[in-house]
Design a protein around this ligand. Structure first.
Ligand code: FRU
Length: 559
């Protein structure tokens, strides 16, 4: 039963079969969305040397049609793998893909290549050609062979030159994690800038950089953006880096200087600008190698991230697939100017079918559990909790600041508290033996309150020897200013539990493998395991329909 269809997501992006990792080259071009991804056509495991770019297209970012792979490791400059990269739309509406070619030259060498549509008039851009003049950026002399990869989308500076950023370790085997800038007039001849965009001595190798402008409150996102011209219109930018040795993505809001091409992070006192592992995270669960693009059709930035499996490799192989993308998320700068917020793109709501209204205005007393009937394993749940009992909150210890995950590990959903834990139990079996808990705890901190959000997987499956962590992040809001309320939205998709706390300020994505998933009896409950009263001021849940994701269901067409 464990290998059955019960855990295959119904609306998260994944190929029909085989291995997927990083999202690559997302773009909107001539009315069609394209998503490429790291894909192993030979099976459900990674296989460094086999990686191709899978390619899918969509009109709504929800329903996807699979095309043939766009890039395969067939050329002398990529014969050992077509690794991650990005898309840029050049003048004349010509898209270009920049990607890392991995060359087997006795030892591993990584270079950057470019590819163009074979026929730019093909509305689906089915075939891609790699010019023979590749690589456009060879391995620099001061970078060890296997540490040079993942070019970003390009942007134009005030001097009219293109720029891209590439991750590299500079200066020998113990070199410095760097994000290098290359400039070009023609997208073919690239020259390295003397200064890196950013370096982090402590971080080891970083991967998959993403740099994007963010609009100050009141400024329209569409006026920024690499898609529509120079990035200099933005006052501030976000830099995201994927850190190999923690396998987590970190971001900071900061100032990008488009003359010298450097990024200066602006971080809170408890974080360290020079150590990107102390920055904020797009997701406090387990996702990696995120990538965003500017969606010019809706003037918004959209982000995806790879959520890998945490079941055994044997089970991945038995199922024939491995790895999903988060739902596409709209990303924007919060009014506080310090953090970004993320929210599932509105198109996800087209999947909402049966609406189940649960506990409007109900109270959940200490130890209380209330069941919301009939939601199932494919659902969208939105809740607002009101906390009249705030004054009862326990005192926060300052040394907890940088390790919210540890706080969640030590204080799971079953550990009683004062204000919290309260929240949702999802993917719960009828007898509640299996469930995943998403909850909040509130602490008193410097005359204010500090909100912790956790996703606790310790009871997520009855299976032994599974990875069942507790994930955690703080929700950076002033809960009193929010009318003593906090919101939670959770998207449930068989083996994905993707949660957005505090209006998308803190996101936690988890992969779960419940045994009961093979039958259809998955439930959602509201719970409160704190002594303080919690009111449910809003709770709405929808069953979600299955999307067409790279396999044909019903009548999906691109028309
Ligand atoms: C990140 C990464 C990238 C690389 C790709 C290879 O997950 O390691 O740095 O380009 O995956 O699949």
């Amino acid at each position: 039963a464990r290998h059955g269809v019960g855990i295959r997501p119904a609306y998260h992006f994944l190929p029909a079969k085989n291995w997927q990792n990083d999202p690559n080259g997302p773009m909107y071009h001539n009315g069609v969305y394209h998503l490429f991804y790291q894909y192993n056509p030979l099976g459900a495991t990674w296989g460094a040397g086999n990686l191709s770019w899978g390619h899918s297209i969509s009109r709504d970012l929800v329903n996807w049609a699979a095309l043939d792979t766009a890039l395969d490791p067939t050329a002398p400059f990529d014969n050992n793998g077509c690794w991650s990269g990005s898309a840029t739309i050049l003048p004349g509406s010509i898209p270009a893909l920049m990607y890392t070619g991995r060359i087997d030259a006795g030892k591993e060498v990584q270079v950057q290549n470019v590819a163009f549509p074979k026929n730019p008039a093909d509305p689906l851009l089915r075939e891609w050609v790699k010019p023979a003049y590749n690589p456009v950026i060879p391995l620099p002399a001061d970078v060890p062979g296997d540490n040079f990869r993942d070019p970003t989308t390009a942007w134009v500076g005030r001097d009219g030159l293109w720029r891209i950023a590439v991750a590299a370790k500079v200066g020998g085997p113990n070199g410095i994690a760097s994000t290098l800038i290359y400039r070009s007039k023609d997208f073919r001849h690239w020259k390295r800038n003397a200064l890196p965009l950013y370096t982090s001595r402590a971080a080891g190798m970083v991967e998959c950089p993403d740099l994007f402008p963010v609009a100050e409150p009141g400024v329209e996102e569409g006026r920024l953006g690499y898609a529509s011209g120079p990035a200099s219109g933005a006052v501030r930018h976000v830099l995201k880096l994927s850190v190999m040795n923690t396998t987590q993505d970190y971001y900071a809001v900061g100032r990008y200087d488009d003359v010298v091409d450097t990024f200066v992070p602006e971080v809170d006192a408890e974080r360290n600008a020079d150590d990107c592992r102390t920055w904020r995270r797009f997701d406090y669960g387990h996702v990696y190698a995120s990538k965003s693009f500017f969606d010019s059709s809706k003037n918004r930035r959209v982000l995806w991230a790879w959520a890998n499996e945490s079941d055994s490799q044997d089970n991945d192989i038995a199922r024939g697939w491995s790895g999903v993308q988060t739902v596409p998320r709209k990303v924007w700068l919060d009014e506080d100017g310090k953090q970004v917020r993320q929210w599932p793109i509105e198109e996800i709501e087209t999947l909402r079918s049966k609406r189940v209204v649960g506990l409007l205005g109900a109270q959940v007393n200490a130890g209380g559990v209330n069941k919301i009937i009939g939601v199932g394993a494919q659902a969208d749940v939105e809740a607002i909790f009101e906390i009249p009992s705030l004054e009862e909150a326990e005192t926060f210890q300052p040394n907890w600041l940088l390790d919210p995950q540890k706080l969640c590990e030590e204080n799971g959903a079953s550990v009683p508290g004062r204000v919290g834990p309260f929240g949702l139990l999802v993917m719960a079996s009828s007898n509640m033996q299996e469930h995943t808990a998403i909850f909040f705890r509130v602490f008193r901190h410097n005359q204010k309150y500090k909100v912790l959000m956790c996703t606790d997987l310790t009871r997520s499956t009855g299976r032994d020897n599974m990875y069942k962590p507790s994930y955690g992040g703080f929700v950076d809001i002033d809960i009193e200013q929010q009318g003593r309320t906090i919101s939670l939205r959770t998207l449930i998709d068989h083996s994905v539990v993707e949660s957005f706390g505090g209006g998308g300020r803190t996101c936690i994505t988890a992969r779960v493998y419940p045994e009961h998933a093979e039958n259809k009896n998955s439930h959602v409950f509201v719970f409160n395991n704190g002594t303080g009263l919690v009111k449910v001021s809003k709770l709405e849940a929808w069953r979600l329909a299955m999307a067409s994701v790279n396999v044909v269901h019903g009548h999906f067409s691109l028309k």
